[in-house]
Design a protein around this ligand. Sequence first.
Ligand code: ZN
Length: 221
Amino acid sequence: MKQQKAIVVFSGGQDSTTCLFWALERFAEVEAVTFNYGQRHKLELDCAADIARELNVKHHILDMSLLNQLAPNALTRDDIAIEQKEGQLPSTFVDGRNLLFLTFAAVLAKQIGAKHIVTGVCETDFSGYPDCRDVFIKSLNVTLNLSMDYPFVIDTPLMWLNKAETWELADRLGAFDFVRERTLTCYNGVMADGCGECPACRLRQKGLDDYLAVRGREANG
Ligand code: ZN
């Protein structure tokens, strides 16, 4: 029997779309939540809404413009370059993002009677983002449960996967083509395989190449 109800923190990118398919396989009822924090590309929100509609998933979009006001960053501001200086977090890091997103997702989850909160955070390809670490998620899970006296479970199906393994998971879920063609990961707002130049595209493409190489070997061997 499928377990209960879940809410997926959903951006319309490769990782969270894979998580959405993962949740749809596992839970009886799934809803998705997307945060509008003034992303450079409004296309990101449209893309998320389209995917949710197509997969027949109820979609909540919550306004988090406060985040941009507090923590200007390269994801929301055209005048901040996407870069990573030696020994520093990349300029795409947003202080407090996962803390706030997961907290608001939890408030919503409780309202809609969902116990599970699914997020695509990942420690493996972690560019040093402190709020993508497993220890942070576990700590926040305890805090959320205490704060609302509610038995939340934060699920992180991608936590220990590299990008090639995330493609493999999408494939196993029957969603490889969908994820490849319909998601937006690119910092320059180009759908699917993206601009090919930005760090997000390079990471995504490398994972895809690695996975296709493995799949090719399996098919031949
Ligand atoms: Zn790109």
